[in-house]
Design a protein around this ligand. Sequence first.
Ligand code: NAD
Ligand code: MG
Length: 373
Amino acid sequence: PTVPSSTSTSPRPYARVPIELGDRSYEIRIAPGLLDEPDTWAGLPRASTALIVTNDIVAPLYLARLRQQLSGVYSRVETLVLPDGEAQKSWESLDRIMDHLLAATADRKTVLFALGGGVIGDLTGFAAAIYMRGVPFVQVPTTLLAQVDSSVGGKTAINHPRGKNMVGAFYQPARVVADLDTLDTLPARELSAGLAEVIKYGPIADAAFLDWIEQNLSALMARDKQALAYAVQRSCEIKAWVVGQDERESGLRAILNFGHTFGHAIETGMGYGRWLHGEAVGCGMVLASDLSARLGLVPTAFVERMKRLIRAAGLPVVAPALGLDRYLELMQIDKKNEGGDIRFVVIEGLGKAGVRSAPTELIAEVLATHCDP
Ligand code: NAD
Ligand code: MG
């Protein structure tokens, strides 16, 4: 099956991606300037109270503007500004949100707004899923990663000291508002990390999109709004299509983890926070592409092609020298594994991915080729 092609012909960098999930259907709006347009905030679930959850990096940049728009819609707009960082996907932060809502006597119609990157989105989405057994929430993703990945698909979670994303729920937002202008303030490293997930969607689902990304990479790096609009739109369409085939992750959804088996090993092996997730995934895609070639699924030219693109996106293409045994150990923990075999997402032809195990000799060859000597 192939992902339906894009229908947008608008000359303005403006797109809407409808997510069809019956009575949980919603819309992803993608454009510059959305934050300040009253229409963006029209037609949301009615309530007397809204709570904006954000962090201390994003708040000085965008909170006042969102707050101003929402005060035209809700009679009371509460705000909660958390510290920045992955550590906020915690029971403590969840409790702060619950406490804020209860102290403000927020009722079961209260609408939560997640203003920030994937950390704020995952945490706020989970809070919305459990407050009074579920209140509506709106994603306002302000990182490229959040716009193309974490705000689509309905996964919400906090971390447990024993594992990342171990406590959570599937819970869909009422709307996703991806204002491309917010990406102007994103650090370059974070932009590149988001591009890794954009690049991922090409080889796994849409060969033409991979061509398009190559042709438009410098525009994307320069944060050109027209280019970003299409990149975000197509990424959301592909993720939504894959998730729509497999909402609760039984099989197909695994292809979204292309580059992630090697990537997680790099991320964990280097110690959390040294490499950004997207950086590890970028490098992981080089390794997974090479593994695909060594399994005879794609020509070796594909590996060079991916490496060139990933490097041009400002991402690392040389993996850290952790040693074969350590890599194997780290990859053994991966959720995709069944019966001890390490399972990799591989490219089985441009625009088509599958999940397979691989002989240890081939994994060793891949690591020997791409690791720092
Ligand atoms: P993040 O939320 O930590 O944001 C990255 C950094 O950018 C932070 O310092 C943040 O404060 C800052 N920032 C955010 N917007 C900004 C802006 N417009 N200008 C300047 N700085 C800005 O990280 P992320 O990469 O957005 O998301 C990562 C999280 O997403 C992880 O916790 C991961 O588990 C989760 N995730 C979830 C899903 C899902 O399906 N739910 C998918 C992928 C990732
Ligand atoms: Mg990822």
